[in-house]
Design a protein around this ligand. Structure first.
Ligand SMILES: [Zn+2]
Length: 312
């Protein structure tokens, strides 16, 4: 009886142990599922936040793109691709408003002398390859303000400039003042058309230069009212604009390297931060013929060559 009782108690105890084990297992499984669900949710929330940040950063460009009727799904796929980019103006670290500030402060750099070489109105078969060759020789990175219409004619040159580390920025599609400055919307439309041409040439759907140079300059002249409106719209849309502080007059009749150097010295006025305007339009042979001397002169004066990537 006593023996039977003990066996009975053992059986009961065993049952209790088994039951306890089962309960523990169930609790364990439930806890694991809970952790997985929770962590999944956390990841989802984090991803959503990154996406939100993205759409905020690129909201500007997208609102400009509305002019071009690009679809929302296209834009979303661009945002997804941007997360996989490494260092570019399309990375998830890129902040358009910070970029606009950097461009506005381009003349206030305090780390010694720096110069930004900029080339407008290209690319052209006649001039751009020579300029690229010389820049390569000196390992100088420049900024090219391209025209959309010429990008379509010479996509390989845009690709070459980009691959060699130069910054590809936007200088309108047509360069025809009467067309561009019809109203602010026309300026934005030319900007978008050129951005699309650059994307196509580079075969990079997510490329956005975020940088415009107004043909004829961003301020003044008979189109000032329209330019003012466009400047505001551009900045609101995350696009910076940049003029220049020195020029060689390569597009205004400089005939010799001596002229070019003299004009450069006169317009630089010894400033520490300089943006030099030059041109790679088809008839600007003087630009590449004098480029060696321009670079040597700036080196001798102690300038460091930078391009827009250094501001990102
Ligand atoms: Zn121009």
């Amino acid at each position: 009886m006593y023996h039977i009782e003990i066996i009975g108690m053992r059986k009961k105890r065993d049952k209790k142990i088994i039951l306890a084990l089962i309960i523990c297992c169930v609790i364990g499984i439930l806890a694991s599922v809970g952790v997985i669900v929770f962590s999944k949710k956390t990841v989802e929330v984090a991803v959503t936040n990154v996406s939100d940040e993205h759409s905020e950063i690129h909201e500007g460009i997208e609102s400009l793109d509305i002019v071009e009727n690009s679809s929302i799904s296209e834009k979303e796929s661009n945002i997804d691709k941007e997360t996989t980019e490494e260092k570019d103006n399309t990375t998830n670290n890129f902040n358009a408003q910070e970029f606009i500030k950097s461009i506005k402060n381009i003349y206030n750099g305090e780390e010694g002398k720096r110069v930004f070489l900029t080339f407008d109105d290209g690319p052209t078969k006649e001039v751009t390859p020579h300029i690229l060759d010389i820049l390569k020789e000196y390992n100088v990175k420049a900024t090219f303000f391209v025209l959309g219409s010429r990008v379509e004619q010479n996509p390989d040159l845009v690709k070459r400039a980009y691959n060699e580390g130069h910054y590809i920025a936007n200088h309108s599609y047509s360069h025809k003042y009467s067309k561009i400055y019809k109203d602010a919307e026309s300026v934005l439309s030319e900007y978008n058309k050129t951005e699309n041409a650059i994307r196509k040439a580079l075969n990079k759907e997510d490329y956005s230069s975020h940088l415009f140079r107004f043909p004829g300059g961003s301020h003044g002249g008979q189109y000032e009212k329209i330019k003012k409106d466009a400047r505001k719209k551009m900045n609101e849309s995350g696009v910076a604009f940049l003029d220049w502080s020195a020029l060689t007059f390569d597009a205004e009749g400089a005939k010799t390297t001596e002229d070019i150097l003299k004009n450069l010295k006169n317009t630089m006025k010894g400033w520490n931060n300089v943006v030099v305007l030059m041109h790679d339009a088809a008839d600007k042979k003087i630009t590449y013929e004098s480029l060696d001397d321009v670079i040597k002169y700036l080196q001798k004066e102690g300038y460091k060559f930078e391009n827009i990537y250094d501001l990102i």
